[in-house]
Design a protein around this ligand. Structure first.
Ligand code: AMP
Length: 180
């Protein structure tokens, strides 16, 4: 019998050469589309963090919002969006990070959390770890504790989860895919 991680991994679709040549896009939409695997996914996160004394879940724009908000709701926690530059209406803090070509910026509202808040950070996938690290830095600047940076998929060959752990950010992923 397959375990939850294997069932989840089997429902992730690989789309070659999207959005550009050489990228193997790990598409989570089939995982969300199936009522059974969506529930297995959410339950896995809910059970993992049930006793973690969390205050908030922070989800990263945009696929991190899907899982993050459901997990927050199920754990009876508030939800905080970490968004791409220019999307949040109130006063923000920003962190720049580098992509393969160029830079990107993520932002958080300045009142998103308070010093000492225990926050779970969620995205769909960790590649180089740049996005997750920038989001973790935003939360740290607000004085929050990132209890764990969690994603469905790890791409270990790109080294992001190793970098995050080396920087002291506890990191959890459900499954991994080789390559880029
Ligand atoms: P990174 O900052 O390099 O760790 O990239 C992670 C972010 O980019 C996540 O928000 C992912 O949604 C997206 N991403 C990067 N590479 C892929 C990929 N191969 N398949 C799907 N999403 C990806």
């Amino acid at each position: 019998m397959q375990n939850s991680a294997e069932i989840i991994r089997d429902q992730i679709r690989t789309v070659p050469d999207w959005p550009e040549r050489g990228i193997q896009f790990r598409d989570i939409t089939p995982l969300l589309h199936s009522a059974k695997t969506f529930r297995i996914l959410v339950d896995l996160f809910v059970q993992r963090y049930f006793d973690s004394r969390l205050k908030l879940v922070a989800g990263i724009d945009a696929r991190g919002f899907i899982l993050g908000s459901v997990v927050a709701y199920e754990l009876n926690l508030g939800f905080v969006p970490v968004r791409k530059k220019g999307k949040l209406p109130f006063e923000t803090l920003a962190e720049d990070y580098s992509l393969e070509y160029g830079n990107a910026t993520v932002e958080i509202h300045s009142d998103a959390c308070e010093a000492g808040d225990r926050v779970l950070l969620i995205d769909d996938l960790i590649a180089t770890g740049g996005t997750m690290m920038a989001a973790a830095k935003l939360l740290a600047r607000l004085g929050a504790t990132v209890v764990e940076a969690a994603a469905i998929v790890d791409l270990p060959d790109l080294g992001g989860s190793t970098v995050l752990r080396a920087a002291g950010v506890p990191t959890f992923t459900v499954c991994a895919f080789e390559g880029t």
